[in-house]
Design a binder for this molecule. Structure first.
Ligand SMILES: Cc1ncc(COP(=O)(O)O)c(C=O)c1O
Length: 426
């Protein structure tokens, strides 16, 4: 068969874009060459419905070792008692928790989308908001920090069965202990979605939610720097909260319920090539170099926050404890929407994304905010000096959004600058 020149040309084009431009999308990263190799390996050929040593297909003797290794490494990385590495994505991991813990129509409580929450934490257009009754808490107007008082007030009043912490656009540490106490007060399950911060948590630069939450979900492709995918974990204090029994009268543990929720609940055959790539990423995350990398991710975000502040940009919560900053553009450019700012930055070779800010007066399609993150640029070797140059360039672009000459000259500078930063750090 002839080679599909068209698609391979597009892959080359995308490689060049990733190499030449500055990547500041907080949820993206660049995987190592060995993660990439495993993700494109012959393991994609294998059906392996079920779990290690209990499959619905023959020929899984090698696959079982791959999946069990991924599970063991993931448990070690986060000090978990149990893990499932099969979710195809972060949203799938969350969906499985909903299926395991709730009945359709049940109430649950998560961080509102416009305050930094994720679609799968209750957006009206998502399965979570369609099949279940979503309640939301937010951030405090003045501080930009999670409004724990509001969270508790809603929890006590509405008695949701599940409380979710974790976000897509929140730059501060979470008080997991406080939320667990609230959950215990009303008998709710406490789930943390650590998709964004998993890498920093693995490096022990942020609190480990496994010590507080009943269930933890994550993606593997953000700060954790693995292939695109999801995982579910259980910490060491989980007890079967409902005393659910199966037909033999035996108590079903949460791990069994979650395994069944993934398969056969919402997925068929696991992506074993991706699970192999996850296993490699977990191995990489267990190495000392990973801690050095994550420290730099955090340092870079902090210097970015400081420099943006100095240039007159208002940051939600005033700064950052993790890998991202959320800018409220209205402070410096009241007429500039996040959408227009994003498009102009992309034209200048700087990729970031528009984002709602708390109490935004623009729609989710326009927004008043921009989200910047440092995981990807740090993988390419960025230190503080490069971040200084990047903030300068961002400010030039946003101050001249309608000046094509300036935008083109920034694009040229960006492309030259990035030639000194290799794409594969490992
Ligand atoms: C907090 C959080 N959870 C879940 C997801 C969903 O992950 P995926 O895109 O893999 O479904 C995201 C994605 O950005 C996220 O930020």
């Amino acid at each position: 068969m002839e080679k599909d020149e068209f698609i391979f040309r597009l892959i080359d084009q995308e490689s060049l874009r990733q190499y030449e431009d500055i990547e500041l999308i907080a949820s993206e990263n660049f995987v190592s060459s060995q993660v990439l190799k495993a993700a494109g390996s012959v393991l994609t050929n294998k059906y392996a419905e079920g779990y290690p040593n209990r499959r619905y297909y023959g020929g899984c003797q090698v696959i079982d070792l791959v999946e069990q290794t991924a599970i063991d490494r993931l448990k070690q990385l986060f000090q978990a008692e149990w893990a499932n590495v099969q979710p195809h994505s972060g949203a799938q991991a969350n969906m499985a928790v909903f299926l395991a813990c709730l009945q359709p129509g049940d109430h649950f409580l998560g961080l509102g989308l416009s305050h930094g929450g994720h679609l799968s934490h209750g957006a009206s257009v998502n399965f979570s908001g369609i099949s279940y009754k979503a309640l939301e808490y937010g951030t405090e107007k003045t501080s930009g920090y999670i409004d724990y008082q509001q969270l508790e007030h809603i929890a006590v009043k509405k008695m949701p069965k599940l409380i979710i912490a974790g976000a897509s656009a929140y730059s501060r540490e979470w008080d997991y202990k406080r939320i667990r106490l609230i959950a215990d007060k009303i008998g709710a399950i406490f789930m943390v979605d650590m998709a964004h911060t998993a890498g920093l948590i693995a490096a022990k630069l942020l609190n480990n939610p496994l010590h507080y939450a009943h269930i933890v979900t994550s993606t593997t492709h953000k700060t954790l720097r693995g292939p695109r995918g999801g995982v579910i974990l259980i910490g060491n204090d989980f007890e079967n909260p409902w005393g659910k029994t199966n037909t033999n009268g035996r108590i079903k543990m949460m791990s069994e319920i979650l395994d069944s929720a993934i398969f056969p609940g919402i997925q068929g055959g696991p992506l074993e090539h991706i699970i192999a790539a996850k296993a490699i990423a977990f191995y990489e995350a267990l190495q000392p170099e990973f801690i050095i990398y994550q420290k730099q991710v955090k340092k870079n975000a902090q210097i970015m926050a400081k420099l943006l502040n100095e240039k007159g940009y208002k940051l939600i919560s005033g700064g950052t404890d993790n890998h991202l900053v959320l800018v409220d553009l209205r402070s410096k450019f009241p007429k500039l929407s996040g959408k227009y700012a994003e498009r102009t930055l992309v034209n200048a070779g700087i990729t970031a994304n528009k984002n709602m800010v708390p109490f935004d007066d623009r729609s989710p399609f326009l927004t008043s905010g921009l989200r910047f993150g440092t995981p990807a640029i740090t993988t390419r070797g960025a230190k503080e000096s490069l971040i200084e140059e990047i903030v300068e360039l961002i400010d030039v672009v946003l101050s001249n959004v309608d000046n094509n000459k300036i935008i083109d000259s920034v694009k040229k500078k960006v492309n030259i600058l990035m030639k000194d930063y290799p794409l594969f750090a490992w």
